[in-house]
Design a protein around this ligand. Structure first.
Ligand SMILES: NC(=O)C1=CN([C@@H]2O[C@H](COP(=O)(O)OP(=O)(O)OC[C@H]3O[C@@H](n4cnc5c(N)ncnc54)[C@H](OP(=O)(O)O)[C@@H]3O)[C@@H](O)[C@H]2O)C=CC1
Ligand SMILES: CC(=O)N[C@@H](CCC(=O)OP(=O)(O)O)C(=O)O
Length: 355
């Protein structure tokens, strides 16, 4: 039996990626796609990549059919999502929210970073955090809710927090890092990370042939990364925009504790391989190999590379993902697979284009 699902915000970049994945998924029947800007327009007229594959037509974001579905994926901006989630849940629809609205545990932290009061803070206590490799228990609870006939709310992790945390969390959880030390994150994203709308920063003439830092010391993903890593006020996060369509590389520098100074790169690789032994979407590369965005673009895989610098006593942990896939749509489908009792890889592309 196929589960009936919908995508709200399907004309946006993350929404269109959801459509790509869901149309190819054997267990989900994509029943509704919404866009207010393109209502009554055929999907293939907006994204010619879908020509000949589907006759789906956009309906409005408040299409009542959404309330009858098994699950809805929300690919709308933060603040818009929290206007929709309580209503969908009240109709028994599970929600996979790609926005930041339900990611932060503390509504005051949300208000401080998003300049908007949270309108359904109670849901923050029961939502699952959608980063399966690091929040298996949350996803198991969401699965149990589904089995019990209750709708689940999954707050899918952000793109930068996903790559950064997959790179850094094992070292922190295994106790390798010096207590209270700073965690330095330099990350690079392709321009689709900024969504479909064009700004002076993302305009071709600004973004092409240039790499620039932005949001320095004030990016809204900082508290999300700190929450996942359990490192409040210790993350220095510097995102950069690069002239790529898709792809995100996060390079994290972690100060090793004296007890971990004997660690070699090979030891670190072995320990990370063990940490991710039951996480099929994460590929830990051998010592000396470097993750690259080109290897993961179009896939839901995350490649991790590691290097220990004995001279300075740091671990450099790097993770490459496709911001639209493992960083957004693919991770949402991975979470849905788990909630609906399917193999977490079901329907997800895992091997990129070799060249
Ligand atoms: N792009 C990325 O790499 C990632 C994105 N995300 C998150 O996914 C969500 C979508 O991002 P992205 O696809 O990049 O954004 P886009 O700007 O490309 O698309 C946004 C979509 O949201 C809809 N929308 C805009 N405003 C509203 C509103 N007020 N109420 C309801 N719907 C609205 C638009 O609908 P319409 O068609 O009517 O204009 C559009 O379809 C965001 O929350 C983003 O933070 C998460 C991780 C990575
Ligand atoms: C390149 C670029 O501009 N990226 C976006 C982040 C991507 C995103 O969609 O944010 P969420 O993961 O929180 O949804 C930014 O820096 O705001």
């Amino acid at each position: 039996m196929a589960y009936r699902v919908g995508v709200v915000g399907a004309a946006g970049y993350a929404g269109a990626e959801l459509v790509r994945l869901l149309l190819a998924h054997p267990d989900f029947e994509l029943t509704a796609i919404t866009s207010n800007a393109d209502v009554n327009v055929k999907l293939a007229d907006v994204y010619p990549a879908f020509a000949g594959e589907t006759d789906l037509v956009f309906t409005a974001h408040d299409d009542p059919v959404l309330e009858s579905l098994d699950a809805v994926f929300l690919a709308v901006p933060h603040t818009a999502a929290m206007g929709m989630v309580p209503g969908l849940l009240s109709h028994g629809v599970s929600v996979f929210d790609l926005s930041a609205d339900y990611r932060l545990d503390d509504p005051d932290v949300y208000e401080a970073w998003y300049a908007t009061p949270h309108t359904s803070p109670d849901l923050l206590k029961t939502r699952a955090f959608g980063l399966p490799e690091l929040y298996a228990e949350d996803l198991a609870s969401a699965r149990a809710q589904h089995v019990a006939g209750e709708p689940a709310l999954i707050a899918c992790a952000g793109c930068y927090p996903t790559a950064t945390s997959l790179a850094a969390a094992p070292a922190l959880r295994m106790g390798w890092c010096r207590a209270q030390s700073l965690i330095v994150v330099d990350a690079i994203s392709g321009v689709t990370g900024a969504g479909k709308g064009c700004t002076s920063r993302t305009h071709f003439c600004s973004a092409d042939e240039s790499v620039e830092a932005y949001g320095v010391c004030k990016h809204r993903h900082t508290p999300e990364i700190e929450q996942i890593l359990g490192a409040r006020d210790r993350v220095i996060f510097t995102p950069h925009l690069a002239p790529l369509k898709r792809g995100l590389l996060s390079t994290v520098t972690l100060q090793l504790d004296e007890g971990a100074h004997a660690l070699s790169t090979e030891d670190a690789v072995r320990a990370y391989e063990e940490f991710y032994a039951t996480s099929p979407l994460v590929k830990v590369l051998p010592a000396g190999a470097m993750p690259s965005t080109s290897s993961v673009v179009g896939t839901c895989s995350c490649q991790i590379g590691l290097a220990v610098d004995k001279r300075t006593g740091v671990l450099v942990a790097m993770a490459a993902i496709d911001n639209l896939c493992k960083g957004a749509a693919g991770q949402a489908v991975q979470c849905a697979n788990i909630v609906f009792g399917l193999d977490e890889r079901r329907g997800l592309p895992l091997v990129g284009m070799p060249v």
